[in-house]
Design a protein around this ligand. Structure first.
Ligand code: G16
Length: 545
């Protein structure tokens, strides 16, 4: 394949790069050639999908500002499948002189004869390197002979939504940012009006402020649009609104991992706070207790249990037999899994980190709720369940109460971005459920108490030496690492710990939980030292702080 402009997008180094948890991620300065090549690959993917539109998002989400990344979005707004991740990795790593041949070989193997009908849409986040990378992407798409549309600045979930709208011929919604906000806010307003009609006692409370940390990311520019459409229904007080450094001591990842508020914010007890991450696909909530004056985190596990509990009751009220399930990862707090199983009595599955794994597993249920503890998640509804709900809502033999429940559930489904975890949609969903249940954040938090936990990062020479099994809950390599982890864990009451190489940062992640914070910290540190010693740690040995 002849790629015009290839000479402007040559490799800057020979360090191998891999399509990881959420696409390619590294320093923005290393990515121009990768993104140019991904433009061509997206065109090929589109051709293999009979000309369906493929999305490409330029973002490194929660990573520091100097990083950047790229991920491809499949026709229904889903993450790229594993086989194509492999193609992406191969194409990204071939020498400059072999790019054309490698792409040619791939198109031939896949039986692609033309890329002229391929369509790619793309968007970017607010990182300084994003505009130039978007140019590289456009050049790659055009060099492959495909058509493209640049949506400029979008959140990652907005792009996923738009891709699905285009490929469903508008059935999922209008394929524009306006269409996105229209769909979500109309559903929200409708649901809140139903509640108003039911005279919820504390509905007034929910007109109060939500304090929102936008991580100085792309979401910051979108919140005013949301606010303008919600009017008084939800007052959002924005901090880290884009005037500061992206993800720096703020944002969902910082708050979750550090278990503290963004630096510099002034929280009063009882206020409802939330943080987005850099591309607004994750959200966590938090507050200062009115009695204990302590910081409390309402992370992805708490959101998942809130959503699953609400949906379970609603499904029951419809009278339809739809099976609801919840999907988590190894990071899910042990208390949340127990609560889901014992109290909610909802089946729960555990899969490896990465939305693609959770989404895939959730598709096994009629209604699948999935959340990573870091706040990345959504709910999905199978086509047949959606049709049953539509049918029942118009069926004259169905009771009025059941019809009402079907209508309610259909509106809730409209409020959910089913393509991928979406911080803005999740924000509205949580606000709606809290209002519906007449709960404040403290009541929400009381559902169960998290086991104290700690996450650490260990720098090693090559993080790929760590291999895992059992949905990342066990290390299968280096030999004896798991045995050593088990010995450490055995010393702590309610102890649990695992390690895994990050797919978005050049580090190994360590997770530990135990009966007290002190014990969780000690266990995490012991395991971090094991990783450091057995997997080629760099720099100083981890120390307990
Ligand atoms: C991405 C993925 C998430 C994953 C996170 C961390 O989030 O979409 O599924 O949990 O990276 O992954 P890892 O532990 O492999 O580094 P985001 O918000 O950065 O796109």
């Amino acid at each position: 394949m002849q790629l015009t402009g290839l000479k402007d997008y040559q490799k800057v180094d020979e360090i191998p790069i891999q399509y990881g948890t959420a696409g390619f991620r590294t320093k923005g300065s290393r990515l121009k050639h990768v993104i140019f090549r991904m433009g061509a690959l997206a065109a090929i993917r589109s051709a293999c999908q009979k000309g369906a539109t493929i999305g490409v998002m330029i973002t490194a989400s929660h990573n520091p500002e100097e990083d950047n990344g790229v991920k491809l979005v499949d026709p229904m707004g889903e993450m790229l499948g594993p086989e194509w991740e492999q193609y992406a990795t191969e194409i990204a790593n071939v020498p400059d002189s072999e790019v054309g041949t490698a792409l040619q070989k791939l198109t031939k193997n896949l039986g692609v004869t033309t890329l002229a009908n391929s369509r790619v849409v793309f968007a970017r986040d607010t990182r300084p390197s994003s505009p130039i990378l978007a140019e590289a992407l456009e050049a790659g798409i055009k060099a492959a002979g495909a058509q493209c549309q640049n949506f400029g600045l979008l959140t990652t979930p907005q792009l996923h939504y738009i891709v699905r709208c285009i490929n469903s011929n508008g059935e999922y919604g209008k394929p524009t940012e306006d269409g996105y906000f229209e769909k979500l806010t109309e559903a929200f307003v409708k649901l809140r009006n139903i509640r108003k009609a039911k005279k919820m006692k504390k509905l007034e409370t929910y007109k109060a402020c939500l304090y929102l940390d936008a991580a100085n990311g792309v979401g910051a520019g979108k919140v005013p649009i949301l606010q303008s459409k919600l009017g008084e229904l939800l007052q959002i007080n924005l901090v880290n609104d884009g005037s500061g450094k992206l993800n720096h001591e703020c944002g969902a990842d910082f708050v979750k991992v550090q278990q503290k508020p963004p630096t510099g914010v002034n929280m009063a007890p009882g206020q409802r706070w939330a943080s987005l991450d850099g591309d607004a696909d994750r959200i966590v909530f938090y507050f200062i207790g009115t009695t204990d004056k302590q910081f409390h985190l309402l992370d992805g596990d708490k959101i998942a249990t809130l959503v699953a509990g609400y949906l379970k009751d609603l499904v029951q009220a419809t009278g339809l037999s739809l099976n609801l399930g919840l999907v988590q990862t190894a990071y899910a707090n042990g208390s949340s899994t127990r609560y889901i199983t014992d109290q909610l009595q909802v089946p729960v599955a555990c899969v490896p980190t990465g939305v693609k794994h959770l989404h895939h597993k959730a598709q096994e249920f009629d209604i699948g709720v999935y959340f990573e503890a870091n706040g990345h998640g959504t709910a999905i509804v199978s086509d047949t369940s959606y049709s049953s709900l539509k049918k029942a809502s118009q069926d004259s033999t169905v009771s009025e109460e059941q019809k009402e429940a079907c209508d309610l559930l259909l509106s809730v489904i409209d409020l959910i971005n089913q393509t991928v975890g979406d911080a803005i949609s999740d924000l509205l969903l949580v606000e709606m459920i809290l209002a519906a249940l007449d709960w404040d954040v403290e009541q929400w938090n009381q559902a169960y108490t998290d086991l104290p936990n700690r996450q650490l990062k260990v720098k090693v020479k090559d993080r790929s030496v760590i291999q895992t099994t059992d949905a990342e809950r066990k290390a299968s390599f280096p030999k004896d690492l798991q045995k050593a982890i088990d010995q450490s864990v055995a010393k702590y009451s309610h102890g649990r710990s695992f390690v895994r190489p990050s797919g978005t940062e050049d580090i190994v992640r360590v997770y530990a939980e135990a009966v007290s914070q002190d014990a969780a910290d000690k266990l995490a540190n012991e395991v971090a030292v094991l990783v450091f010693k057995m997997a080629g740690g760099l720099g100083e040995e981890p120390k307990l702080h």
